[in-house]
Design a protein around this ligand. Structure first.
Ligand SMILES: Cc1cc2nc3c(=O)[nH]c(=O)nc-3n(C[C@H](O)[C@H](O)[C@H](O)COP(=O)(O)OP(=O)(O)OC[C@H]3O[C@@H](n4cnc5c(N)ncnc54)[C@H](O)[C@@H]3O)c2cc1C
Length: 487
C-alpha cells in the first residue's frame, strides 16, 4: 500500500518522485523498461530552454520559465553540470524583425529574463561561424544545456536516497478503483524476470494516488483507468551528433525563427561537448518508430548550413530519433474527477525536459487539493555527491584520482576517456545494460561506437553483476549482445 504511485521513469516521473520525497510519504515509481530514462527523456536536444517560443498563456511557457530556474538550483544540489550558454534566434531579413520583436515581447510577458535583440556587429564578434548574412538575433542568455539522462538518473537516485522505491521492468497493465474506498489497484506485469527475486510475473500495487506520466503511452495508461479523451500523437525528431573536435563550432545554441509546430532545426551545444544538429519534426503513426533517414539528414544539413555554413556532413559521428509525445498544443496536467486519486501528466512534449521540476510542483499542489496532506521530512537529503567524469576534468586532476584509486588510470573507452572505475561506479549506481552505462559514463558514445570498449565493459559487467555473457543486453530483454548457438 503506497500513498503515491508514479507511472513512468522519465524526467517527469523522476522530478515528481524527487519533489514528493521531501514529504513523509510512501512512494513508488514503476517503469516498464530495464532502466530509467529509456523513453523520450533519452532522445532529445538537452536544452534547458529560457521560455521563449511558447504561447504566453500556455502551461508550457509558464513551466518552462520556472523549470529553467529550478533546474539550475537542483542541478547544483545533485552535482549535475548545467551550463548556461545562451541562445540566439537568428533572422536574415528585415521583414522578419517584427516577428522577432513579438517573440521577445511574448517571452517578457512570461517572465523570461534579460532578453535583447542583438545586431550584426554583435553576432560577428560573439558568434564568428554564424552565416555572415545573419542580420540580427534575439539573445536569451539564460538558455542552458544539461545531460538529459544524467539529469534523470540524478533526480531518481536522490529520490531513492530519500525513500522512494523504484521498480524497473514493471509495466502497468491495469488501474482499478477499489469499490467503497478511495484506493486504486494498479496491476503490473513484470516485463523481465528479475533473477533471484520473487517468482511470478503479475503483481498488484495499492495506492491512494496514482500519477500517470507515461510519456508516449500516457493515453494507453489513462485508458486502463477508463479515461478515453487523450490521444498521444508521436512527432519524430531526427538529430545528428557531430565529432567533439567541432566542440567550438558555435558559442550559443542557434535557432532559426520558429514554425507553428516546432522551434525549428537548430545548431545545438551539448553538455558533453559534441555539437548536435536537428531535430526534424514529422508526425508518425508508430510510437516505437525511432528510425532515421537520409531525407531527415539532408533536411537538417540544409537548414543548419543556412545558420552555420562551415558545417560538414563528415563531422557527423552518430544519429538518433526521439518522439515528442504530443497531445494537443499544450501540456495536460489534471486530476481525473472520473477516477478520484488519478493524476494525468500527459502531452509532455518540448520543453518537457526543462519543465520537469516545475511540473512536479504543480503535481504536489494537485495532490494537496485532492486530499493528500503531506508533512515535510526533517531528514530530507538535498544533496548528491558529484560523479567523477575524467572527460570533464583537467588533466592536472588525474594524479589525485589515481592516488585514490589506480583503476581511474585503466582507460576502458579511449574516444571519451572513461575509466574502469567510472564504469564500476555506474553499475553501483544502477546501470544494468550497455546503454545504461553509456548514458551514465559516455563509454561507447565516441567515434568508434564502442568498437574498442564494449568487450571491456562487458567484462566489468560480468564481474560486478555476476552475469553470464549471454545475459548482457544493450537495452533490456531482446537486445542480448551474445546469443547462444543452438547447434
Ligand atoms: C527530438 C526531441 C528533442 C527535444 N528537445 C528538448 C529540449 O531540448 N529541451 C526540452 O526541454 N525538451 C525537449 N524535448 C522534450 C522532452 O524530451 C520531453 O518532454 C521529456 O523527455 C518527456 O519526459 P517524460 O518523463 O514525460 O516522458 P518519458 O521520458 O517518455 O518517460 C515516460 C516513461 O514511462 C514509461 N512507461 C510507459 N508506459 C508505461 C507503463 N505502462 N508502465 C510503466 N512505465 C511506462 C516509459 O518507458 C518511459 O520511461 C525533446 C523531445 C524530442 C523528441
Amino acid at each position: 500500500m503506497y500513498d503515491v504511485l508514479i507511472i513512468g521513469g522519465g524526467v517527469t516521473g523522476a522530478a515528481i518522485a524527487r519533489e514528493l520525497s521531501r514529504y513523509r510519504l510512501k512512494i513508488a515509481l514503476l517503469e516498464k523498461e530495464t532502466e530509467l530514462a529509456f523513453g523520450v527523456s533519452k532522445s532529445n536536444s538537452g536544452i534547458i530552454h529560457p521560455g521563449t517560443q511558447n504561447p504566453p498563456d500556455s502551461l508550457k511557457g509558464k513551466f518552462c520559465v520556472l523549470g529553467n530556474l529550478l533546474t539550475r538550483e537542483i542541478a547544483k544540489e545533485l552535482g549535475v553540470d548545467f551550463k548556461e550558454v545562451g541562445e540566439l534566434i537568428v533572422i536574415f531579413n528585415e521583414a522578419d524583425r517584427p516577428r522577432l520583436q513579438q517573440i521577445k515581447a511574448e517571452g517578457e510577458r512570461l517572465g523570461v529574463p534579460r532578453l535583447r535583440i542583438v545586431e550584426r556587429a554583435w553576432l560577428r564578434e560573439h558568434e564568428p561561424n554564424l552565416n555572415p548574412d545573419a542580420l540580427a538575433a534575439l539573445y536569451a542568455p539564460t538558455a542552458g544545456i544539461i545531460s538529459p539522462y544524467r539529469w534523470v538518473y540524478a533526480l531518481a537516485e536522490n529520490a531513492a536516497r530519500n525513500g522512494v522505491k523504484i521498480f524497473l521492468g514493471h509495466k502497468v497493465t491495469g488501474i482499478t478503483p477499489e469499490p467503497g474506498n478511495r484506493r486504486l489497484n494498479v496491476s503490473v506485469s513484470r516485463t523481465e524476470e528479475p533473477r533471484r527475486s520473487v517468482s511470478g510475473s503479475e503483481v498488484t500495487f495499492r495506492a491512494r494516488f496514482v500519477i500517470n506520466c507515461a510519456g508516449l503511452y500516457a493515453d494507453e495508461v489513462a485508458r486502463l483507468a477508463g479515461i478515453d479523451d487523450l490521444t498521444i500523437k508521436p512527432r519524430k525528431g531526427e538529430e545528428f551528433l557531430l565529432d567533439k573536435k567541432r566542440e567550438h563550432l558555435v558559442n550559443h545554441i542557434i535557432f532559426p525563427l520558429p514554425t507553428p509546430t516546432t522551434k525549428g532545426i537548430l545548431v545545438i551545444k551539448t553538455s558533453d561537448g559534441n555539437p548536435m544538429i536537428g531535430p526534424t519534426a514529422e508526425e508518425v503513426a508508430d510510437k516505437e518508430d525511432r528510425s532515421t533517414s537520409d531525407a531527415g539528414l539532408q533536411k537538417v544539413l540544409a537548414a543548419t548550413r543556412q545558420l552555420v555554413p562551415s558545417l560538414s556532413e563528415n563531422d557527423i559521428i552518430a544519429y538518433f530519433a526521439g518522439l515528442r509525445p504530443v497531445a494537443g498544443k499544450d501540456f495536460i496536467i489534471r486530476h481525473e474527477a472520473k477516477v478520484p486519486g488519478l493524476i494525468t501528466v500527459a502531452g509532455i512534449q518540448s520543453p518537457g525536459l526543462t519543465a520537469g521540476p516545475a511540473i512536479a510542483l504543480l503535481v504536489v499542489e494537485l495532490l494537496k487539493k485532492h486530499g493528500l496532506w503531506p508533512h515535510r521530512k526533517l531528514s530530507f537529503q538535498h544533496y548528491r555527491p558529484k560523479t567523477t567524469h575524467l572527460f570533464s576534468l583537467p588533466v592536472t586532476h588525474l594524479p589525485f584520482l589515481l592516488e585514490q584509486d589506480p583503476t581511474y588510470g585503466e582507460i576502458v573507452c579511449r574516444c571519451e576517456m572513461v575509466s574502469a572505475r567510472e564504469v564500476r561506479d555506474a553499475i553501483k549506481r544502477g546501470a544494468r545494460t550497455l546503454d545504461g552505462i553509456k548514458f551514465r559514463t559516455r563509454a561507447q558514445a565516441g567515434r568508434c561506437h564502442g568498437g574498442f570498449c564494449t568487450t571491456r565493459i562487458m567484462k566489468i559487467m560480468i564481474e560486478e553483476l555476476k552475469l553470464k555473457p549471454t545475459e548482457i543486453t544493450k537495452r533490456g530483454p531482446g537486445s542480448n549482445v551474445i546469443v547462444e548457438s543452438r547447434e
